[in-house]
Write a protein that binds this ligand. Structure first.
Ligand code: 5GP
Ligand code: ZN
Length: 121
């Protein structure tokens, strides 16, 4: 599918480079960057280079690229830590106001979890 784009969308502007972001990784179909208001150090957003508000609005080719990209970032975080059990993290993906979605462009949160005692990621 041809990439849908919304000129008023903040994440479309980030993909275009019109709004600066801390880029983590980019592929043909996806763009990953640090969340501007992280709930944990390393809080990353992975988004499709396609403007769709909710998961079910995405063409499969964009959806299919999201998990491998997320996996690659989680792996990189995993090798960067020195805790005994490797990294812990949550993947969160909100759809609609009632589900706490604020930005209407599909995004997957990758949120590292730290050990409360050691502070390790
Ligand atoms: P939602 O609640 O829609 O799932 O999450 C939207 C996320 O986008 C929030 O965690 C928020 O901090 C992040 N965010 C909103 N605007 C920007 C921005 O301009 N730049 C970056 N890097 N993150 C943003
Ligand atoms: Zn968009």
């Amino acid at each position: 599918a041809a990439a849908a784009h919304d000129a008023t969308c903040i994440f479309c502007k980030i993909i275009k480079g019109d709004i600066p972001s801390m880029k983590i990784l980019e592929t043909k179909h996806s763009y990953a960057f640090l969340d501007i208001q992280p709930t944990a150090e390393g809080h990353t957003l992975v988004i499709p280079k396609y403007h769709g508000a909710k998961l079910h609005n995405l063409p499969d080719e964009y959806l299919a690229d999201i998990l491998p990209v997320t996996k690659k970032i989680a792996k990189a975080l995993d090798v960067a830590i020195d805790g005994p059990d490797g990294i812990g993290y949550n993947i969160v993906q909100n759809n609609g106001r009632i589900a706490h979605q604020v930005v209407d462009h599909v995004h997957f949160h990758l949120i590292p979890k730290r050990d409360e005692k050691t502070g390790l990621i």
